[in-house]
Design a protein around this ligand. Sequence first.
Ligand SMILES: Cc1cc2nc3c(=O)[nH]c(=O)nc-3n(C[C@H](O)[C@H](O)[C@H](O)COP(=O)(O)O)c2cc1C
Length: 385
Amino acid sequence: MTDLSKITCIEDLRVIAKRRVPRMFYDYADSGAWTEGTYRANESDFQKIKLRQRVAINMEGRSTRTTMLGQEVAMPVAIAPTGMTGMQHADGEILGAKAAKAFGIPFTLSTMSICSLEDIAAATNGHPFWFQLYVMKDRDFVERLIDRAKAANCSALQITLDLQMLGQRHKDIKNGLTAPPKPTIANLINLATKPRWCMGMLNTKHRTFGNIVGHAKNVGDVSSLSSWTAEQFDPALSWADVEWIKKRWGGKIILKGIMDVEDARLAVASGADALIVSNHGGRQLDGAQSSIEALPAIADAVGREIEVWMDGGIRSGQDVLKARALGAQGTLIGRTFLYALGAFGEEGVTRALQILHKELDITMAFCGRTKIDQVDSSILVPGTF
Ligand SMILES: Cc1cc2nc3c(=O)[nH]c(=O)nc-3n(C[C@H](O)[C@H](O)[C@H](O)COP(=O)(O)O)c2cc1C
């Protein structure tokens, strides 16, 4: 066991991940679309929101426990679906799922994961997890993916609606992002400086897209995420498809990528169980609002009819608390999870969850609340949100 007691914030984990993870995969995580304006705003808009400091209120008996989709969670945080997670660290998705299970929060597996649905089910002894679905043109393949998710005991399906086409991230093009990396001189030189990562990869058989390779027919070069997305993702995705998927799945549905009140109303009309206010971590529409800025209007409009969650820019437990205060029943973490994983594998993810939990618990207490379910916008300074 590594002593991670000196790792005190998520930024510590990011700095170490940058050192340990090959450049193309670190850059894949730490990037947004085009100018990265929305990516930056996702983080910086949290800083503008100010908390009301309250004193002489009994702070004993605190709890951050709550529910997401009726499921009890240790805190209102779930691990977001992220593609190629098994390239941040060998077996990354398995390690993330195990850490989430032990901590008592949900884990979401991406369609574009390295470890497959079946790998996660086997590694967590059938513990329920969530599956994120991208809708491909090949509907047979989508149907089989849905059936595999059921067989793997997934308890909810997240349909991502904001990636009918891939937004442009400059770094991925410049780095020639593939999984596994191609043996170019630049890559080999960079990999030579990442011995820990290389050893991990040598010791696993999970090195390319596990949900796809061997399951999808007539696919071209899967190793290149961008060309595969362009070939296979369905740009004609519509609300009728959501209905079709909901029927086929027959279980709980979460719609991911809602940033507009009108779309939120359509999400309610679709009969979904939850929606995620999300701009894909600033990776799709650059120039969109930050998620935390978009959240209050959506929560006000539909929060009584559907469970509203958010993701984008969560780097501390304070961010979780602010999201909760502005109407999000739950939050999801993308990069916070990836940096922790890239830095220290499963132990890193556990450490990140401990850090978020402690920050959430202490901040809640300083704001004069002992139960997360008592938190609302009255903990925030008016005019700062
Ligand atoms: C490297 C990376 C890969 C991602 N891959 C997916 C994906 O496969 N499916 C998906 O729905 N969202 C994906 N996302 C978006 C996340 O689920 C989430 O919306 C976003 O990371 C939240 O922002 P944050 O990273 O600031 O927490 C990805 C995000 C990152 C950073």
